[in-house]
Design a protein around this ligand. Sequence first.
Ligand SMILES: Nc1ncnc2c1ncn2[C@@H]1O[C@H](COP(=O)(O)OP(=O)(O)O)[C@@H](O)[C@H]1O
Ligand SMILES: O=P(O)(O)OC[C@H]1O[C@](O)(COP(=O)(O)O)[C@@H](O)[C@@H]1O
Ligand SMILES: [Mg+2]
Length: 490
Amino acid sequence: MANLSQPEATNLAAGQNPPPEQQLQDHLDDHAFSFSPNITLKKLPHLSDYLQDLQPAGPNPLDHNPFFHPSDGFYVNKSDIVLRQVACRLSPSETIASPSHHLAYIRAGPRKQIFFDHCATRAAIVTCGGLCPGMNTVIRELVVGLWDLYGVRQIYGIKAGYRGFYSIHPIELNPKMVHNWHGRGGTVLETSRGGFDLTKIVDAIENHGFNQVYIIGGDGTMRGAVKIFEEVRRRKLKVGVTGIPKTVDNDVGIIDRSFGFQTAVEMAEQAIHAAHVEAESAVNGIGLVKLMGRSTGHIALHATLSSRDVDCCLIPETEFYLEGKGGLLEFLEQRLKERGHAVVVVAEGAGQDLIPRTTAQKEERDESGNMVFLDVGAWLKTELKKWWDREHPHELFTVKYIDPTYMIRAVPANATDNLYCTLVAHSAIHGLMAGYTGFVTGPINANHAYIPLADVAQAKNEVNIKDHKWEWVRSITNQPDFVKSNQNSV
Ligand SMILES: Nc1ncnc2c1ncn2[C@@H]1O[C@H](COP(=O)(O)OP(=O)(O)O)[C@@H](O)[C@H]1O
Ligand SMILES: O=P(O)(O)OC[C@H]1O[C@](O)(COP(=O)(O)O)[C@@H](O)[C@@H]1O
Ligand SMILES: [Mg+2]
C-alpha cells in the first residue's frame, strides 16, 4: 500500500460537515484524481457517475462513535492506493524511484463522507455457488458492521442464492440473530447454483427497496454480479452493488486469495496425512487423495507444499499420462521400489481428458452451466489396480483412495480466514457507504483494495507452472513433467 503525499482536497476536522455542494465537489475531485504518470489508478464506478443530483448524506458516523476516535490517517482518502505489483524487474533505464509503470487500486476502508443515510439504507445479502469456509462469518460481519458502524437497521438475507431474490421472501437480520454464525460451516442463508434471471433479480431489488446489495460468491457469481450492477446502472437506481469473492478453489484473479482457502488447505493436509499413514502401513501401498479444484490446482499445490508427504501432485494446469516412458505408472513403480509406498494428490479437474466418457457425459453441465467432471480419483484407482495386476500379479498392492471433497469446504473458517472475513465484510460496507458501486473488495499484496467487479469477473487465477511455487512442488515430490515430448525418466 502506498500513501502519496498529495495535498488533500479538504481539511475537515472530524465531525464538521461542509455544505453538500462542497462535499460533492470534494468527492468528485477524489474520484477523478490522477497520480504521477507512472501510476495508473484503476477507476472505480461511483453512484455519482450516473446519478447527477446525488448528494452526500454527511460525514461518516464513525466520527461520533464512542468506540472509534478517528485520528489523522484513520479515513482513507484519494492518495491511499494499493500497488498491484510489488515485486518487479526494472529495465536498465529505470530506477527504483521511478519505475516505468505501476497499476494501482483504491485502498479499501472508511471514507470521511458517506452517501447513505442510516435510516434510508436497506441492505440485502446473498450467498451463491458452492460452499466455502467463512461464508457465515462474512454474513455475520456484514450485519454487525452495518448495524454497529453505520447504524443501519434494515438488513435482509436473501435465501438460496440468486433465485431467492425473486422466489423467496427475504429474512430480516440483526446482530442478535447472527452473533454465533461465525462458528458454523456452510451458509445459514443457503446457496444454490443456476436461477440467474437478471430482470427478475433487479425487479426484486427495486420492489423490496434495497439500495445496497452484498453478493458473496465465486467466479460465476461475480459474472452475474457485473450484470446486476450494469442493469442497476442502466435503470439509474441508487443501489450500490458489491461482490465478495468466495472460492474454495481460489480461482478468482487479482486478489491474493479468497477467504476459506487456508482452512481448506489445512483440511486437505489432514486427508493427505491419513493417506500417507495408510500407504506407509501397507506393502506397496498407494495413498490417493482427490482435492477440489475445478480448473485450478491451488488447494492441491498448497496442501502438497505444506504436507511434504506427497510423491506426486496432479493439477488441471499440467497434463499427465499413465503408460510408457516418463508416464505416471513408470514414476510410481520407481517410487514403490525405492520407498515401499507413495502418495498421489490429484485435483478434481486434472486428467479429465484421459477419462473415457460417453457423449451424454461430455455434455453434462450443472445448473450454473459448469461442466460436470468424472471422478478422476476413482478412475485413477481402477487404472492403478489394473496396472499392478498386469505387471506384478503375485505381489501385494493396495490403493487407499480418500475423497475429502465436502469435508474440506463444509467446516467453519480457521482463525486467519475468520480475520480475513471480518476485514473483507467491513471493507465492503465502507465502500458502498462511500457511494462506490460495481466493485469487489479483496487483498492485493496483503492490503485490502477496491477492484472493479468487471475486472475480477474476467480474471482467472490459475497456477502458474512456470513460477517458483510449482518449482517447489517439484523439488518436494521430484515428480517428472509428464510432457510426452520430454522423454526424461525419473
Ligand atoms: N456468466 C454468468 N452470468 C450470470 N450469472 C452467472 C454466470 N455464471 C454463473 N452465474 C450464476 O452465479 C451463481 C453461482 O455460479 P456457480 O458457477 O455455480 O458458482 P460460483 O459463483 O461459486 O463459481 C449461479 O446462480 C449462476 O447461475
Ligand atoms: O457439488 P457441488 O456443490 O456442485 O460443488 C462442487 C464444486 O464446488 C467447488 O468446490 C467450488 O466451486 P465454486 O467455487 O465454483 O462454487 C468445486 O471445486 C467443485 O467442483
Ligand atoms: Mg466457480
